[in-house]
Unconditional design. Structure first.
Length: 198
């Protein structure tokens, strides 16, 4: 009788362990797939990472890690429409994520959807004090979209408080150059080449 009780107890413990493992696998599958995909992602193997991120999202549609890395996987391989869709999905979950907003604007720009890119960048301008990166990226999009006057105006205003920013000066020189103000652009190029700028 004692052997039967011990056998039943051991069998019950084994069943509990197996059930716990099965429940863990079922409930944690999203994280498991995400971390498997993440290993490929950090090595730049985006095509191998994608199905794992998609499996994670299928189990947990709000899995921000999988959504984010899948979006960047598409962006970094030139699949801008898919990337934009995912960035929009992330923003529906985290509307205040400015890094994702910038990524969305960048994807629009690479896909030559300049109006959309400009709208997103304008929406985040001024939300963080002295956001040089957003200013520079917006100026680049204005220049790509041949809105040279807007690019020059934005960069000139920025340079009033940031006179030593060589990146801003280079972008201003490009906007001047492309808009036909070659002499003014040449002066700025010369200053940068002579090492007067940091």
């Amino acid at each position: 009788m004692a052997k039967t009780t011990i056998f039943r107890a051991i069998l019950l413990l084994l069943l509990i362990a197996l059930a716990t493992s099965a429940i863990y696998q079922a409930t944690q599958k999203a994280d498991i797939n995400y971390f498997k995909g993440h290993r490929f992602f950090v090595k730049g193997n985006f095509k191998s990472a994608r199905p794992l991120f998609e499996a994670a999202i299928a189990k947990d549609p709000r899995h921000l890690g999988a959504l984010t890395e899948l979006a960047y996987s598409y962006e970094w391989t030139g699949e801008f429409i898919k990337a934009a869709e995912l960035f929009q999905r992330i923003l529906a979950l985290k509307p205040a994520d400015h890094r994702i907003r910038k990524s969305l604007a960048e994807v629009y720009s690479w896909n030559k959807e300049y109006r959309m890119s400009i709208e997103v960048y304008q929406g985040i301008m001024g939300l963080s004090e002295n956001d040089a990166d957003t200013t520079m990226k917006l100026a680049e999009v204005y220049t790509r979209d041949r809105q040279f006057d807007k690019a020059k105006e934005l960069l000139s205003a920025y340079l009033k408080d940031n006179q030593d920013d060589a990146r801003a000066k280079l972008l201003l020189a490009k906007a001047l150059h492309y808009s036909g103000q070659v002499a003014e652009a040449a002066k700025i190029y010369e200053e940068i080449l002579n090492g007067k700028e940091k």
